[in-house]
Unconditional design. Structure first.
Length: 271
């Protein structure tokens, strides 16, 4: 059996824990450490939600289960503490742990008939101005429905896992992370009728960058990967053919994190 470790190198605690995990895996379980995700039977994400997002993009296409360990603040995705990881790992070895199947998005950009960009993401695909407070114009459709032309500060297309990230800050709904759905959420739309929509994953979301823009436009995936868009570019966002397989990140841990975050906000408002 082999494992691959993805570590937030900006956190000393994550580096230290990764060294401990590597030593324990080798000495107690006779598990080798793989250099490439496609060679692994299990992946560890050590850091926080941002580390999980990067790791999921790399391991999900290979259907590799991911044990997510958070350090410090409670994360919505990283569900296991540094003290819990070995117990959770042993449950996985015994095939007793819950595997949460999280929908991912597949994003393609087409320019003048050619595909110039193709990536996946776990949280969201966001189209915004690269400047400050500049409205953009996007036409949004599916194969069977016309959603309309959005004049707004941008557009978020999110998974249920990503519903608690940028989308909720922009007024979007909180969606159970194990549902199959896509959230289409305009950011500060000019027309009040443009509201967030929760859609089935049957059809891809088809977005056209309108010809006339007053600013440059950028596509961002999971807050990490960016691609500059041009007028008349076509962006297709659809459910990826694979899921992120998160170990012990069940719905109970999600709602516990949600309650903790919301209760903390209420306490800060009360004070």
């Amino acid at each position: 059996m082999t494992a691959v470790l993805f570590v937030n190198r900006y956190k000393a605690a994550a580096i230290s824990l990764s060294q401990t995990i590597e030593r324990v895996l080798k000495t107690q379980y006779d598990i080798e450490i793989a250099l490439h995700p496609e060679q692994a039977d299990i992946a560890f994400s050590i850091g926080g939600d941002g580390t999980v997002l990067r790791t999921a993009q790399l391991v999900a296409p290979f259907n590799i289960p991911l044990l997510t360990i958070h350090l410090g603040t409670l994360g919505f995705i990283a569900a296991v503490t540094s003290e819990q990881w070995q117990a959770v790992f042993e449950q996985w070895l015994e095939k007793k742990s819950h595997i949460s199947r999280r929908s991912m998005l597949e994003v393609t950009v087409e320019r003048q008939g050619s595909h110039i960009f193709h990536r996946s993401c776990l949280n969201d695909a966001v189209i915004t101005s690269s400047g400050i407070a500049k409205m953009i114009n996007l036409t949004v459709n599916t194969v069977h429905a016309r959603l309309g032309t959005y004049r707004s500060d941008g557009l978020i297309v999110a998974t249920p896992t990503g519903s608690t990230a940028y989308s909720v800050s922009a007024g979007g709904p909180i969606v159970d992370p194990e549902l199959e759905a896509i959230i289409v959420n305009p950011i500060c739309p000019f027309a009040l009728a443009n509201r967030p929509i929760v859609m089935a994953t049957i059809d891809p979301i088809l977005i056209e960058v309108s010809a006339h823009q007053r600013t440059e436009i950028v596509l961002t995936l999971d807050g990490q990967v960016t691609e500059t868009l041009k007028p008349r570019d076509h962006v297709q966002v659809s459910k990826a053919p694979y899921c992120a397989l998160l170990i012990a990140a069940d719905r109970t841990s999600f709602y516990r994190a949600l309650y903790t975050k919301l209760a903390g906000q209420e306490s800060s408002h009360a004070s």
